[in-house]
Design a protein around this ligand. Structure first.
Ligand code: NAD
Length: 499
């Protein structure tokens, strides 16, 4: 059996006896075991990071950026192999895995501009003979704890910005698909990153708690489900760390009566069922405005869903592949049954799907619910599977209220041809990332990513300038060179002003 070791000090480290199973979602078989570490492995990584980080911080940003340029080149060269590793543990189809890697590389491209991003601020003559200037320094050692669903993009959101701003970085990837993050770590070192600056440690709650309690880790970035995000932010903050913790989601697509329904159905099919619905920016809820819109949309959705093609993650014709584990599939099926029991109409039932020749795989067909009501638990909670729920709204105001009042506030999309309605919706909806005729409004790398309400704890987003802010601390200097030398002005007993 293949063993996935920790990657500490640029070497595979076979420490720790506890193991976790890593499945092949296409077959349902265990394909490898990953070491589940804790304080011992983390201490080793932190000690190396602590010794190496000052020299990395003192390396000029242009040189640090060159590592990013080189890393991008290496990843582009290997992208097909990397996508195969990713798909083999996650289950998403190869084209989608390439997209996952590419979105991460776009953050690396942003990081290539580090000299510009770190230039700082200067105010000449803020007072008589006084200048004020500020610049940003690395926090020291940062850690990233990442979910299973984007094993390339999300580690790169964090690692890219943390490293290029001069930090050492410790990644704790999901234990369900840990191989690709290790390979990305190796490629950073091949690209010229000093060997003790990046470490990949594996584990579950035990390793996460060791990270949250380690006195030498200054900042923790987390992406995963909301209860864990809440726990991580509370414990991290209690220990005096800087924490950003992105959580779960339940994104709505609001469809106005004037929308181009054929385009909406094309967008919805991809955004609700792509990657088997295992995306925090998926669209698992659609809100048609008015019954006529609902009926027309439902009529067009049915053939689109019937045409969806499930296949293995290596099948080039598959729209989506298996979900990540049998336990996750059972959780999705549990929510489908809950929807039925709560009285929603199950129009298409994806349970019981089996792919010929891959009967053990973690496949689940697409499901469609209609007449879902806001009080239902199956609507209020995140399902994270290929399940689309229609919640009918009578008018624009009711449609606006649904995502605004939902416990999650990650993303939302509005489909319309009416500019005024779009502008009004974008201004008033209580959600962090808004798409106008764009189904998955993940901001580009030089903007920042992050939702509202239970979709994010802490108020600094991932990547873009907020990412730079998260991984650095500001130092502000005020200096004066009075005419005639320093120290000729006597004591001041009132607060100095620039008056
Ligand atoms: P998860 O919360 O189960 O795991 C995320 C990480 O936390 C993993 O590294 C895991 O090892 C660790 N972890 C799990 N349970 C823990 C516990 N009890 N204590 C401490 N650490 C723990 O999430 P997942 O299933 O891997 O990923 C799917 C979830 O992530 C969904 O809820 C999805 O919406 C969310 N997500 C959010 C975003 C976002 O940006 N808002 C992006 C991607 C995924």
């Amino acid at each position: 059996m293949r063993i996935i070791d920790h990657y500490i000090g640029s070497s595979a480290v076979a420490s720790g006896a506890r193991m976790g199973d890593v499945f092949d979602p296409n077959s349902g078989q265990v394909q490898a075991q990953v070491r589940l570490g804790g304080a011992a492995e983390l201490d080793r990584a932190v000690a190396l990071a602590k010794a190496a980080q000052p020299a990395w911080a003192a390396t000029n940003p242009q040189r640090r950026a060159r590592v990013m340029f080189k890393f991008k080149e290496l990843v582009e060269r290997e992208i097909d192999d990397l996508a195969r590793i990713l798909s083999s543990e996650h289950g998403k189809v190869l084209a989608d895995s390439r997209g996952d890697i590419q979105r991460g590389l776009e953050v690396i491209e942003f990081c290539c501009g580090a000299p510009h991003l770190l230039k700082g601020e200067f105010s000449h003559g803020a007072g008589p003979g006084i200048d004020v200037w500020a610049h940003r320094l690395p926090v020291g050692i940062g850690a990233g704890i990442t979910p299973f669903n984007f094993p390339a993009m999300i580690p790169l959101w964090m690692a890219g910005v943390a490293l290029v701003t001069g930090n050492a970085f410790i990644l704790k990837p999901s234990e369900r698909d840990p191989s690709l993050p290790v390979r990305l770590g190796e490629l950073f070192v091949e690209a010229g990153l000093p060997k003790d600056i990046l470490h990949v440690v594996h584990g579950d709650k035990e390793m996460v708690d060791a990270i949250l309690d380690h006195p030498d880790i200054a900042a923790v970035s987390f992406v995963g489900s909301s209860d864990v995000a809440h726990y991580i932010s509370s414990r991290g903050w209690a220990n005096g760390k800087r924490v950003q913790a992105m959580g779960g989601a339940k994104n709505h697509a609001v469809v106005m009566p004037d929308a181009d329904l054929d385009a909406v159905v094309r967008d919805l099919a991809g955004a609700a069922f792509g990657s088997a619905g295992e995306r925090c920016m998926a669209l698992p809820v659609v809100v048609p405005v008015g019954d006529a819109t609902a009926e027309a949309l439902r009529a067009k959705l049915l053939p689109a869903i019937a045409a969806l093609r499930l296949g293995t993650s290596t099948d080039p014709d598959a729209d989506y592949g298996p979900v990540v584990t049998a336990a996750h599939r059972a959780r999705i099926e549990h929510y489908i049954q809950m929807g039925v029991d709560e009285g929603a109409e199950l129009v298409v039932d994806g349970r019981g799907f089996s792919l010929q020749g891959h009967e053990g795989g973690f496949f689940i067909g697409p499901s469609l619910f209609d007449h879902v009501k806001p009080h239902m638990q199956s609507y209020q909670e995140e399902i994270f599977g290929p399940v689309l729920q229609i919640v009918r709204a009578a008018d624009f105001e009711e449609a606006l209220r649904l995502p605004s009042e939902h416990q999650y506030g990650n993303g939302v999309a509005l489909f319309t041809r009416n500019g005024h309605a779009a502008r009004e919706f974008a201004a008033r909806v209580n959600v962090g990332m808004v798409g106008i005729n764009v189904p998955i409004p993940v901001p580009v790398a030089y903007h920042s990513f992050g939702g509202w309400k239970r979709s994010a704890f802490g108020d600094i987003g991932q990547h873009g300038m907020e990412g730079v802010q998260f991984w650095t601390k500001r130092k502000t200097m005020t200096g004066r060179w009075p005419d005639g030398g320093v120290g000729d002005s006597g004591s001041a007993f009132v607060i100095p002003t620039m008056g």
